[in-house]
Design a protein around this ligand. Sequence first.
Ligand code: FE
Length: 323
Amino acid sequence: MVDVAQLVEPRVVVPAVVGSNPIVHPIFMRYGLSKAGMNAQTAASGDVRPVLRLVRGQATTEGAGVRLTRVIGGAQLPDLDPFLLFDEFRSDQPSDYLAGFPDHPHRGFETVTYMLAGRMRHADNKGNKGLLGPGSVQWMTAGSGLVHSEMPEQENGLMWGFQLWVNLPASDKMTAPKYQDIAPERIPEVQAGKGVRVRVLAGRFGEVEGPVRAVATEPLYLDVHLEPGARFEAALPPTHNAFAYAYQGVARIGADERELVRGDLAVLGRGDRVVASAGDAPGRLVLVAGRPLEEPVARYGPFVMNTREQIVQAVQDFSAGRF
Ligand code: FE
């Protein structure tokens, strides 16, 4: 999801990029420059992962005027290798979402849309179409590039979900675009002890494997529902970077049982498992982890490559209609 207002006019973009620094062009200022970004591996190792820091999202407007909250990808947390962006959209005011995200490009990474409520219609310039409904996930590998639109398929009611951007390693950035559109019934739901329900979108939780396949960063994406007093525990590859985002109620997380209220993102440090629990109130959170790429990041709005030259190439290819 990006601001398309000026991207649809290639001549606006090209002069900006042949300048000295594409990253600071105002069209893309909101995305900022990402270098190595923050890497949770600098934390001390341990068994249960600690909370390194809490981040709260910032209200922003994207697409043709959709109001959302940016939690990763803003000034406070530019990225968390391999994650480039994490947005929550949640509103029952149609004026907050009706404008949607008309045609815009992506190259060099993956976008992951997880819907909690509402419907989003997806279409791209290669003829792919899909409808994302409540509980579904779309894992889109933009790879070498596509132009797509994400538009609400409703005129009222609650629209609620997340979009995550996952970087691709240099070797996969120019791979052919690919979709994994996963209906809610294909996402396993695990009862993990008393009062704990876990939807496994990607990766492995115990013996259960999520439906997302063959992803370069070996991601884990869990949606965890905790009843009052419930305790959740999950094994995580020790070298993965990880975060938890509380989207409803209250949850405690980490070795130090930090309290997360709705809208708090916890960056987790090293360790081989994650522990979360609920107090007197229920809590819901997403737990996301991935293998850090530790590669240079050249980022220019909807294009995320390794070098400035590749960004210039991306803009030229998009402008010439080669996506
Ligand atoms: Fe998009």
